[in-house]
Design a protein around this ligand. Structure first.
Ligand code: IMP
Ligand code: MG
Length: 180
């Protein structure tokens, strides 16, 4: 698995240090608010597990799963595969996401959750790849772990064809892996 990685972009140490910083910021933001932290499956799982343990405030856990079908339309179509189980009306909601890429899926998730009338809705993404953003997406993340260049990355939850999610760091995949 590690032989397929061209370059380690973010080491375990870099990721943990950034999560500790985000944990302080988010703990200040959500003190006394008992937020519902919603993870967008599956890519967020590893980040989610580390991030909630860096939160020094009570919070509730919930999850969503969405799926994008990219056909001939440039925007593609996104559907909910798993909805949140909690009633988020009037609650403070923090979305955790693995990567903010084109932004299509996060825009969809935000619209979907906003319709449920939370008291507040904020986004924390581990990675942001602004060069890939769909120009129609005006949404911005409130908290970003790392802004990264336009390369396909895997590890720390992120996959290529469901593989590499269990790598402990974020790495750039060797081009020959796609070309196989
Ligand atoms: P979007 O393009 O912002 O809608 O991102 C949709 C999903 O694509 C993300 O939540 C990731 O699961 C996946 N994705 C986007 N860029 C990458 C990448 O570089 N590596 C692995 N997965 C990615
Ligand atoms: Mg994925």
């Amino acid at each position: 698995m590690k032989n397929d990685i061209q370059q380690i972009l973010l080491t375990e140490e870099q990721i943990q240090a950034r999560i500790a910083q985000l944990g302080e910021e988010l703990s200040a933001e959500y003190a006394g608010k008992n937020p519902i932290v919603i993870g967008v499956l599956k890519g967020v799982v590893v980040f989610y597990a580390d991030m909630i343990r860096a939160l020094n405030v009570p919070c509730e856990m919930d999850f969503m799963c969405v799926s994008s079908y990219r056909g001939t339309q440039s925007t593609g179509k996104t559907v909910v595969k798993l909805d949140v189980s909690a009633d988020i009306k009037g609650r403070h909601v923090l979305i955790l996401e693995d990567i903010f890429d084109t932004g299509n899926s996060l825009s969809f998730v935000c619209q979907h959750l906003q319709a449920k009338e939370p008291a507040s809705l904020k986004i924390c993404t581990l990675l942001d790849k602004p060069e890939r953003r769909n120009p129609n997406v005006t949404l911005q993340a409130d908290y970003v772990g790392f802004t990264i260049p336009n390369a396909f990355v895997v590890g720390y939850g992120l996959d290529y064809n469901e593989k590499y999610r269990n790598l402990p760091y974020v790495g750039i995949l060797k081009p020959e892996v796609y070309e196989k």
